[in-house]
Design a protein around this ligand. Structure first.
Ligand code: GLU
Length: 424
């Protein structure tokens, strides 16, 4: 007799939200593979190919049989290169190879970081992570999985989707363990200036010397290289007063068109950074062991041999940002901030809620809007709900890491969709 087990998921996993960016991306890719004329504006995935030198480096590494396990935090040569890279491009002090760990993408970098930071506490006593929202969909679920209570700090277009020092100050409690920052921002594509980050750092330093001695900053700088000129990128970990309480995560996926390579790194400064990396390393050793060694040959090549490709892609993203901003602003009832970094727009579509689509679907939320837009115009965007529980239902996220031609056609389809909405 066969008695199949009922698959009871752990409470942790059953209560975990699935990633909406990944879900829409998978759906759009599947529809496309089945022959549908879908325009994919869902995941933040550059349409460029990985630069040739990086691909060649990995192929050569495979041919040289770099196919065995490597040191858990990454091989010394790569970590030394990353330490120099972080010191020079981000001005973060006190970073040597022992302050850097390479892992499988920035997502894993964050996952390991949260697991290493947060303690499991009884309900009501959880350590808190302050999260300015709108924010990327996975920060909150991953931190909660590690035991954190996520406290959303609301921002809106009137403050350019950035928190103020006063807002931060009033949110810090003795239970605050972390402030999560992401600049340039996914999904808002706005950036904090140096002065703004220094002001936030001053609040953190003050809180750390009084009510929140354990507080750290986690800075996700994945879009560091994709900036369009008006605000230079600045790393908050370079501010001396909080350098040794800042964890910086980064990776080559977005700026070197290497999303599928799953590479990312975590770094910290001084004794704090060394202990952080030792903790992360222990966890990595008990989970994925290490990243594939041959992929690190590609990473080293990207960081040392691919400046021209990097700049060409940055320039293309800048041009795309201009076009999508100009085209979307022409559409009725669409409000958006000008993107200055990364490759997203996060338009407010609330003027169109309370309508019906041309084919009769009710449009009462961003989720309704995005679902009908996919069904009726074959345009895949991510609904805003999971980027902010406060105002996400009024926004959709459009990734413009695609060709100008696709951007123009997408704006035309969005315009046609909006023109078909009726209030009856
Ligand atoms: N980070 C990208 C995005 O926001 C890729 C998908 C994901 O990991 O969320 O679309």
């Amino acid at each position: 007799m066969n008695y199949p087990a009922r698959m009871n998921l752990s409470a942790r996993v059953s209560s975990l939200k699935a990633s909406s960016t990944v879900a829409v991306m998978n759906k759009a890719k599947a529809l496309k593979a089945a022959g549908a004329d879908v325009l994919n504006f869902s995941a933040g995935e550059p349409d460029f190919d990985t630069p040739e030198p990086a691909k060649r480096a990995a192929i050569n590494a495979i041919n040289a049989n770099l196919t065995r396990y490597i040191d858990t935090p990454g091989d010394p040569a790569t970590r030394e290169l990353l330490a120099r890279h972080i010191s020079t491009t981000s001005n973060i002090p006190g970073v040597t190879k022992d302050h850097v760990l390479v892992t499988a993408g920035v997502k894993m970098a964050l996952y390991l970081t949260y697991q290493t930071l947060f303690d499991l506490q009884p309900p009501g006593q959880e350590q808190e992570m302050l999260l300015p929202v709108p924010a990327w969909v996975s920060f909150s679920p991953m931190a909660r999985l590690a035991g954190a209570k996520v406290v959303e700090l609301p921002t809106g277009p009137e403050q350019d989707f950035k928190i103020t020092p006063a807002q931060l100050k009033s949110a810090i409690t003795p239970r605050t363990r972390a402030l999560m920052l992401n600049t340039p921002s996914n999904p808002c594509s706005t950036m904090y200036s140096q002065a703004e980050l220094e002001a936030l750092a001053a609040v953190v330093a003050e809180a750390a010397s009084t009510i929140a001695p354990e507080m750290v900053v986690i800075s996700d700088e994945l879009y560091q290289n994709i900036v369009f000129g008006s605000v230079p990128h600045f790393s908050i970990g370079s501010v001396p007063s909080i350098a040794e309480r800042t964890i910086t995560v980064n990776g080559p996926g977005k700026s070197f068109a290497m999303t599928g390579w799953r590479l990312g790194w975590v770094s910290g400064s001084g004794e704090f950074g060394k202990q952080l990396v030792a903790g992360l390393s222990k966890l990595q050793g008990q989970s994925i062991t290490c990243v594939p060694g041959f992929s690190l040959a590609a990473l080293r090549s990207a960081l040392t041999e691919c400046d021209a490709e990097l700049e060409a892609m940055r320039t293309a993203f800048a041009a795309r940002a201009e076009v999508i901003y100009a085209e979307l602003r022409k559409l009725p009832g669409i409000k958006l901030a000008r993107p200055v970094g990364a490759f997203y727009v996060f338009p407010d579509i609330s003027a169109h809620l309370g309508t019906h689509s041309a084919k009769g679907a009710k449009i009462n939320s961003a989720a309704d809007f995005a679902s009908a837009l996919l069904d009726e115009q074959q345009m895949a965007v991510v609904p805003g709900e999971d980027f902010s529980s406060l105002l996400g239902h009024k926004h959709i996220r459009i990734s413009f890491a695609c060709s100008l031609e696709q951007i123009r056609e997408g704006c035309r389809r969005l315009g046609a969709f909006i023109a078909g909405l009726n209030r009856a």
